[in-house]
Design a binder for this molecule. Structure first.
Ligand code: SPD
Length: 286
């Protein structure tokens, strides 16, 4: 009999994939962790039944949450990733030549262990000497760090369960305080098609904390609706103003999604997203 994995998202969306093998299933202190091999997308990590990443399309999400903010900073040395226990964001961070230290703060150590074992192409850089792994609640960690990180990447689950605290004003204020003066941050900011009201809520919280907020978007096929967003925030630095072209070219040469044209294009939001993410319309068309 065929085995299928079905993700039901907020009781509104359902998507299914044919499974050829179940590699792992466990209940951690925080959530249910599953790894399955799907015929369509290779190995897939699910947390509490929700798809977090797949071998086939993970590069889109991980490259965009990382390279857009890191390339906006003149030379990020110390980077913090909150969540992201699968290691994909850390893998991308380490491609930046200026990075000396990358801290991964993940609440669930079991996610890290399982991903190291079953998703080596994603988690394979977690043993790099520049990486420090902290198994801790990201909100508690951030509250204890001030003026320390050049970039903070919030690679969270959805705002349900253990990830909920990472979508609050108090947490964003902690992130701002933990950034250096030129610091930049990016967070995953959900789907403007699947959960537009949640996107509005996140955007308005970010705008109440950060002087500069700009959402960008792309298609991640395995997330609900396929349309995804990330939001760049800073105390003043803008994401397109001072990209270091040499570093951008080095990154693009190793990337499957990122290139200089994509860097501009992800900020070109269609009108319905401009409304959701509070972007002023351009006065002229180029
Ligand atoms: N609905 C899924 C949202 C998942 C966002 N985080 C993915 C983690 C990948 N490192």
């Amino acid at each position: 009999m065929d085995l299928w994995v079905r993700e039901r998202f907020l009781d509104r969306f359902e998507q299914g994939y044919k499974v050829s093998e179940t590699l792992h299933f466990s209940q951690s202190e925080f959530q249910e962790i599953s790894i399955v091999t799907t015929e369509a997308l290779g190995r897939m990590l699910l947390l509490d039944g929700m798809i977090m990443t797949t071998e086939r399309d993970e590069f889109i999400y991980h490259e965009l949450i990382t390279h857009i903010p890191l390339l906006a900073h003149p030379a990020p040395k110390k980077v913090l990733v909150i969540g992201g226990g699968d290691g994909g964001t850390i893998r991308e961070v380490l491609k930046h030549p200026s990075v000396e230290k990358a801290v991964l703060c993940e609440i669930d150590g079991d996610v890290i262990d399982v991903c190291k074992k079953y998703l080596p192409t994603i988690a394979g850089k977690l043993d790099d000497p520049r990486v420090e792994i902290v198994v801790r609640d990201g909100a508690a960690y951030i509250a204890e760090h001030k003026n320390e990180f050049d970039a903070i990447l919030i690679d969270s689950t959805d705002p349900i369960g253990p990830g909920e605290k990472l979508f609050t004003k108090e947490f964003y204020e902690g992130v701002k305080a933990a950034l250096t003066e030129n610091g930049v941050m990016a967070c995953q900011s959900e789907s403007p098609v699947a959960v537009p009201d949640e996107c509005r809520r996140i955007n308005s919280l970010l705008r109440s904390v950060f002087p500069y907020v700009q959402t960008y978007a792309a298609c991640v096929p395995t997330y609900p609706s396929g349309q995804w967003s990330w939001t760049f925030c800073s105390k003043g630095i803008r994401p397109l103003d001072s990209i270091n072209d040499d570093v951008a070219m080095t990154i693009a040469a190793q990337a499957r999604y990122y290139n200089r044209e994509v860097h501009q294009a992800v900020f070109a939001l269609p009108n319905y997203m401009r409304e959701i993410f509070n972007v002023e319309s351009s006065k002229t068309l180029a």
